[in-house]
Design a protein around this ligand. Structure first.
Ligand SMILES: Nc1nc2c(c(=O)[nH]1)N[C@H]1C(S)=C(S)[C@@H](COP(=O)(O)O)O[C@H]1N2
Ligand SMILES: [Mo]
Length: 529
């Protein structure tokens, strides 16, 4: 390579780095400003949130199925990738025509600011992080571009390298502006890192971890019946009967967890009621609370999938709260809303029909984890989460399905969505190698609000064998099951199906999660040796 060519390459690289550093300055200063104004203003988060709300249902299903609980990481990675490309473009453009680089920044500033204010709960102040970030990036870009250009004015021909060490530090080819570039670039990097780190620290102020730690849950007025001794089978690899909080699946549309302070939280019940009411968290804790074991299931759970969890909930009966407000004739829906802007529609008659529908404050003996709705959420046995399990809930509007629709039902999901009877094989794992002889086949089955009556296993499409069921802890929780298989060497397919207490056997007909939950039989293929 000729020296001229090397020099040109180095300068191109410097221009790209200029753009990247300007982008980093935007994010760092944006983060620092968000640390002052609040987490909703963080531009990457804001753009990500808007993207989630605009994501068509099939893409969302694909993301949940393929990235699982990492779907949000995948989205943020996507947003960052777009930013990286745009930043490099801004750097290359700014080197030739400064205003073009600034125009790229302005476009992204506009998108970020619009995204920030469009979020539920956002205020005008939340445009500040984006604006401050973009302004700082503009300064950094101009300064660095000038440094790079100051070199280009000189003839790149035979360069006199006064300090050979400098040239080496940029790899190949030296150019006269490099020292100035290193100084401005280094400062930009320092600003980006310092802004990012201090912003992170400042953002901790908005966490409600401390107020959660201060919550003392009352003793339940109606404790859950004791869990029968045989509710948990001893089979290694089997899903535990109670899901530990850390392993409980999490599904919501939020990139940053809502931080809802219990001191300022209230629940309003309004709409088609005779007496609208509003209660505080203190009042809620003083009500007679009920404890109940309930298995939650997400509609996005594929057959055999992981989006189900079982917990002991503590909360105020929703039916009593609604009756206090007095639903009026013609109402058939409770539209619940949360601080993250989520709206969820639940059939009124389901809440009132005597099941343990709760406004929950406790999960497994502790205040709700922040990720699971602290300080209060809804839990309604038997309905998929998107029509029942509103986290961070602050309002229940009694209305009708004819009049109002909720977030997911607007996107085509079913209004009535009872959880389908399902069963899953946990042991052996898919594609496992199993020693020949007696070996356990085990898993869980659920039909919340109906209960599981039987589970059967079939090998290679052969006859159905009744599995042994663990003792039932009521009708709202899943049930473990196990079947002793005399495994003969070879490749085998195991299938499972459950029958609920209403006598309905799980359908073999496969359906995708959209629009009202997946169906079909779970199966695993294993090698017996
Ligand atoms: N505020 C709020 N509540 C929400 C959601 C949400 O996005 N926002 N997602 C719902 C869905 S789709 C499900 S399956 C359950 C999941 O509850 P979990 O995260 O505690 O398991 O919460 C429901 N409640
Ligand atoms: Mo869900």
């Amino acid at each position: 390579m000729t020296r001229r060519r090397r020099t040109r390459l180095t300068r191109c690289l410097a221009e790209a780095v200029t753009g990247l550093l300007a982008g980093a300055v935007a994010l760092g200063v944006g983060q620092l400003t968000a640390g002052i104004t609040g987490p909703l203003g963080s531009p990457v988060i804001a753009v990500g949130d808007v993207a989630i709300n605009l994501t068509p249902v099939p893409v969302k299903e694909f993301a949940i199925a393929h990235f699982g609980s990492h779907d949000k990481d995948a989205l943020l990675t996507g947003v960052l990738a777009v930013l990286v490309v745009a930043a490099i473009a801004a750097g290359l453009l700014a080197a030739r025509r400064p205003w073009r680089g600034l125009a790229v920044l302005a476009v992204f500033g506009g998108v970020g600011a619009a995204a920030a204010v469009s979020q539920p709960g956002a205020a005008a102040l939340d445009v500040l992080p984006t604006l401050a970030g973009v302004a700082a990036a503009a300064l950094a870009l101009t300064a660095m571009a000038r440094a790079v250009r100051s070199g280009s004015l000189a003839e790149p021909g035979p360069v006199t390298v006064s300090n050979p060490g400098d040239g080496a530090s940029l790899g190949a080819g030296a150019w006269p502006g490099r020292r100035r570039f290193l100084v401005t670039g280094g400062s930009a990097a320092a600003v980006a890192v310092a802004g990012g780190l201090s912003g992170r620290l400042l953002l901790d102020r908005f966490s409600v971890d401390a107020s959660r730690a201060r919550v003392r849950l009352p003793v339940p007025a109606v404790p859950a019946p004791p869990v029968p001794a045989g509710a948990a089978l001893r089979v290694s690899g089997l899903t535990p009967f109670f899901t530990p909080d850390a392993r409980f699946y999490r599904v919501d549309t939020d990139l940053v967890l809502p931080q809802v302070a219990p001191d300022s939280w209230t629940l309003r019940i309004d709409g088609m009621v005779s007496r609208p009411i509003e209660i505080t968290f203190g009042q809620l804790l003083r009500m007679p609370l009920t404890e109940a074991d309930v298995t939650l299931v997400c509609v996005s759970n594929e057959v055999g999938g992981p989006y189900a969890g079982n917990a002991r909930w503590l909360g105020a009966p929703l039916a009593a709260l609604l009756r206090r407000a007095g639903p009026r004739a013609g109402a058939d829906q409770v539209l619940s809303s949360a601080t993250d802007g989520m709206t969820i529609s639940t059939p009124l008659e389901t809440i009132l029909d005597g099941r343990n529908a709760l406004l929950a404050v406790g999960m497994n003996g502790q205040p709700l984890p922040i990720a699971h709705g602290f300080p209060a959420r809804m839990v309604v046995p038997g309905l998929y989460g998107y029509v029942s399990a509103t986290k961070w809930v602050t309002r229940l509007t009694v209305t009708s399905f004819a009049r109002q629709r909720a977030y997911w039902t607007q996107r085509g999901y079913a209004e009535r969505a009872p959880i389908k009877t399902e069963s899953r094989i946990d042991v052996p794992a898919p594609l496992a190698r199993v020693p020949a002889g007696r070996t356990p086949v085990a898993g869980v089955a659920w039909a919340p609000s109906r209960g599981i009556a039987a589970v059967e296993v079939s090998v290679d499409g052969g006859p159905w064998h009744a599995a042994r069921l663990a003792a039932a802890d009521g009708i709202d929780t899943w049930r473990q099951w196990v079947w002793a298989w005399d495994a003969a060497p070879g490749l085998h397919q195991l299938r499972v199906r459950a029958t609920d207490s209403a006598g309905v056997t799980q359908t073999p007909r496969g359906a995708a999660p959209f629009p009202d939950g997946a169906s079909g039989w779970d199966s695993v293929v294993v090698t017996v040796t």
